[in-house]
Design a protein around this ligand. Structure first.
Ligand code: NAD
Length: 289
């Protein structure tokens, strides 16, 4: 276990992304639509799909700066269930019983048992071809900056170096009283709920429904946008149901990026997308290399 003080504790500055939750939420965002000069490719059919793959591959080959915004879908082929799909976790569990501060206050052991089970499953998960392809995209002369909503560490396991977790981590626990954050990889946990040295019950260091995003990753992303034009933005395996995801994809587009949605289904990205690659991340992303 390694100990770290959260720089934002005990009094973090206000997040610009208020109240949009994370583990579950319905943030709304009014997209500004397609920018002039961007071409939209969303046709169906195998030939069209190959054309789209070729187009994105060409863009990637010339790219110096790639942003990837990932969600639960990128880890689905690693055996980690998503939230909102037909077989997703929220089909079996009511988010309000597990992923809120109120639920935790009401019954911390019940919430911890649910997270403990997720941690046990997650401990067995391995990066899939999609995580590996994103890691392989980072090469000398090409930066790949990953913003993930996922609380797993499969991007890091695949070898990606720049990974920003905006919704926290299943492998960290946090004390709300004194701000202590611990890395904790014990599975299953021997103590439920885990206790802080100060005696307080520790919680998963995960952004729950109704909570603000932590300021540190938000700042990292803000700095990233200041650092120069983005050539390609891959949005992979996310419903894009949070306003800030749409906002970042739009910012990438405004910075010059071709925005590519990799998902078997339509998502909330709408007209922000230039190219929709309709398929599984583990099949589509390796084709881009
Ligand atoms: P979501 O569950 O709302 O949506 C999953 C998306 O992935 C859907 O659009 C689905 O069509 C797509 N998808 C499913 N299989 C795919 C595949 N093989 N390839 C590409 N796309 C695929 O997930 P979200 O939009 O990321 O919602 C965000 C919340 O889910 C986050 O708060 C995150 O913490 C949480 N979550 C994370 C994990 C994880 O860490 N692995 C797992 C479940 C949920």
């Amino acid at each position: 276990m390694s100990e770290e003080r959260r720089p934002e504790s005990p009094s973090p500055p206000p997040s610009p992304f208020k109240g949009e939750g994370a583990e579950e939420g319905n943030a709304s965002f009014v997209g500004e639509g397609a920018r002039k000069g961007h071409v939209s490719f969303k046709g169906d059919g195998a030939a069209k799909e190959q054309e789209h793959i070729a187009l994105v591959r060409e863009r990637l080959a010339a790219a110096k700066n790639v942003m990837a915004i990932t969600g639960a879908g990128i880890s689905a082929e690693s055996g980690v269930p998503t939230f909102r799909d037909d077989k997703g976790l929220w089909q079996k569990f009511n988010p309000l019983d597990y992923a809120t501060r109120e639920a935790f206050r009401r019954d911390p052991v019940k919430v911890w048992k649910w997270y403990d089970e997720r941690r046990v499953n997650m401990a067995q998960a391995k990066p899939n071809a999609a995580h590996q392809a994103l890691a392989a995209m980072a090469q000398p002369g090409r930066r790949v900056f990953i913003v993930t909503q996922n609380v797993d560490d499969l991007h890091e396991q695949a070898g990606s170096k720049e990974v920003v977790h905006i919704h926290g981590s299943l492998w960290r626990i946090r004390c709300e009283r004194d701000g202590t954050v611990l890395e904790n990889r014990e599975v299953p946990l021997s103590e439920l709920p885990p206790l802080c040295m100060c005696g307080e019950t520790m919680r998963p260091d995960i952004v729950w429904f109704g909570e603000d995003l932590p300021w540190q990753p938000v700042e990292q992303i803000r700095h990233y946008f200041l650092e120069g034009p983005i050539d390609l933005c891959l949005v992979v395996g996310t419903e894009a149901s949070f306003g800030y995801i749409l906002q970042w994809a739009l910012q990438a587009r405004e910075s010059g990026a071709m925005v590519v949605d990799v998902n078997p289904r339509d998502t909330g990205l709408g007209s922000i997308v230039d190219v929709h690659l309709r398929g599984k991340a583990g099949e589509v992303l390796p084709e881009l290399l």
